[in-house]
Structure formats: structure tokens, C-alpha cells
Design a protein around this ligand. Sequence first.
Ligand SMILES: *Cc1c(COP(=O)(O)O)cnc(C)c1O
Length: 395
Amino acid sequence: MIYADNAATTKISDAAKQEALSCMENFWGNPSSLHTPGQKAAEKLFWARQTIAKAIGAEAREIYFTSGGSESDNWAIRAMALAGAKKGKRHIVSTAIEHHAVLHTLKRLEQEGFSITLVPVQQDGIVRTADVASAIREDTALVTVMTANNEIGAIQPIGEIGGICREKKIPLHTDAVQAVGHIPVNVNEMHVDLLSMSAHKFHGPRGVGVLYARRGLPLSNLIDGGAQERGKRAGTENLPAIAGMATALEEACRNMAENAQKEIALRDHLIEGLSEIPHSALNGDKENRLPGNVNFCFEGIEGESLLLLLDAKGIAASSGSACTSGSLDPSHVLLAIGRPHEVAHGSLRLTLSAENTMEDVEEIIGAVKEAVAYLRSMSPVWKALEKGEKEYVIQ
Ligand SMILES: *Cc1c(COP(=O)(O)O)cnc(C)c1O
């Protein structure tokens, strides 16, 4: 099987797996206990907190362990909404291409009386800093913009947006789940106040992540109980997962430049190959995109059918985001970059890791070409396009 769905999840690295196993065997004490096994676990926990803090330019006390990206997004946004509301600020600025963990949290807040501005993105999938700036109001409590998009890989100008937010004294949250471990992320250079990450997107374990919150921010409690995570998120820590995450992140940062260089070569070759398919189009900016991300629209086919054909050929891909597959709605991200409904349905996301090879890419190109031709040969829409009864959307 060729695995090309690394934006959905990545395979845990050997080092991260070994670290998690070693914690289960040797660091099983409760970090809150005062005896030796407890203190050994507490030291391991502190090592993980420090390692992760260092990787993003933060301090250990600004790191809060969570169950993953979704929890971190929910917590950051709700906490800043609450803090804003206390000062009469009930407006939040975000973008049209956020992950559902952000968009659905905002939708809920809207039902609770907040007003939400979703800034549109350009055709390249990138939001313009000036558009974010002009969406900010007197009563804006939070700006939340993702670092890199999970569907089309478009990297957003977070540093610039952070500069604006700093000037206007508005907290900035970024969902950096797709970015951390893949491209350089530094909370100070990016001027971000809150940041979400998730271990399973950088070859760490599932069900563990981090919310970074700059010290001094009014971060409300998520779970009341014990004193874990500075009393803000109670519950005995999942040390094997947390230490596995720290190991995976340390490894990903150490190999970042080398992995990115390799993935970019694979990515660009794949883009070149798939561009040869008539009436196809790359989604998202060609340059400003995550090293492993390829996302295409093919006119006249259904993404889901393509996905299943590729699976039968031994290639694991995605027809958008894992969260939207299973529903018939086209991707909100593809609609946001201006793809019409019928074309947005015919999309394919291939997300590579440094473990993929050029041979994999050649095989993917061949398989996609074959599958697209086959699906088109059976598609009434495609026949109508060929006969000129309908106009091509993608030239
Ligand atoms: C995967 C992902 C999430 C959700 O992370 P989980 O750890 O699976 O909850 C949030 N945002 C983005 C951009 C993602 O890619």
C-alpha cells in the first residue's frame, strides 16, 4: 500500500513508539505523587513540556497538554470568547477555510450571541492580511487564523496578521496542526498568543496535543478538578502519549529541512504529472504550500469514486478532508477558493511524507491518470462536456 494521506494522520515513528512504551514500563507513576515513582514520572512530564516549548519558541509554563487539535481549538476560542464577553467584546474574526474544529466552535458561539466575521481567501487559498485587518472591530475579542490549511496546504501570512493583532491588542490564535513539525513555527516570530497542535499529524501518538497560551492571557479552565496543567485542565496526565509526542516533535524538528526538501521534490513531481491530465487544476498556491500537499480538481468525475478506485490499486488518498468524507457536501475550502460545486466534488488530496519515494509518485501518477480516464469514460457529465453540450469549467 502507498500511503498518501498524511494530512489525515501519520504513522507513529519508531522513536515515538519506543518512548511511549518505555513510559508504560518505567514511568508509570502518577506525576502528582510525592514518592519516587511519581517523581520519576513528573520529571519525564517536565522534560516533555520543555522539549515541546523549545520546539515552538515558548516557555514550559505556556504549554497545556490536551487530547489533540480539536480540543485545543475549542479551548482557545471559547476561553478568549469568554474573556472578551466580560469586557463587552463579542466579535471574532476568522477565515472561510478553517478546520471544522474552529468553524463549528464559532458557529456555536454565534448561536450564543457572538458575531463572527469569516474573511474570504483569494483563489490561491491564502487570506490577505489587509482583509483580516479591515475585519477587526472595536469589539473584536479574538482573531483565529490557521497556519496552514489541511486540504490545500496553503500557508497563511500569520506573522503579518500577528503584527496587526499585536498593534491592536487583540489576541491571535492559530490552528497550527498541519504546520508544526513540517514548517518552522515560532510563537514569537509569528506574534501568536494561542496555538493548537496535534501529535498524530507529526508522527506522534493519537489523542494527544497541545494548546500553547502566552503567559498572562486570561485562559479559563477547561476541566475542573486536580491541579494538572496549572489547574486549568484537570485529570491524570497521559504520560506515554505526551512523552511520545515530545519525542516525535523533537525528531520532526531535527529532520525538518531534510524532510521538507525531499517532500517538495516528490510533491512538485506529482503536481507536474497530474497536470498532464486534461481539464485538471491544482488547488492552492503552487509555492506557498505545505511540503507534502497535493490537491487537484478533475472535471467530470466524483472524488469519492476516484478515491475508491485508487484504494483498490493500493493507494491511500483522500477526496478532501477526512472529516467531510462521508458527507455529500463539497469541501468548504474548495468553494472558498472559487471552485464551483460540480468541480469541487471531483477533488483529490494526496499528502506525502518523507517516507514516500519517487517510485511511489510515479505509481500514483499512472494510477490517477488511468482512474480518471476510466471514470470519465462512464460519466454522462463528461460525455456532455465532450460533445460541447456543456462548457468546461476547468480549461
Ligand atoms: C487534524 C486537524 C485538526 C484536528 O486534530 P485532532 O487531533 O484530530 O483533533 C484540527 N485542525 C487541523 C488543521 C487539522 O489538520
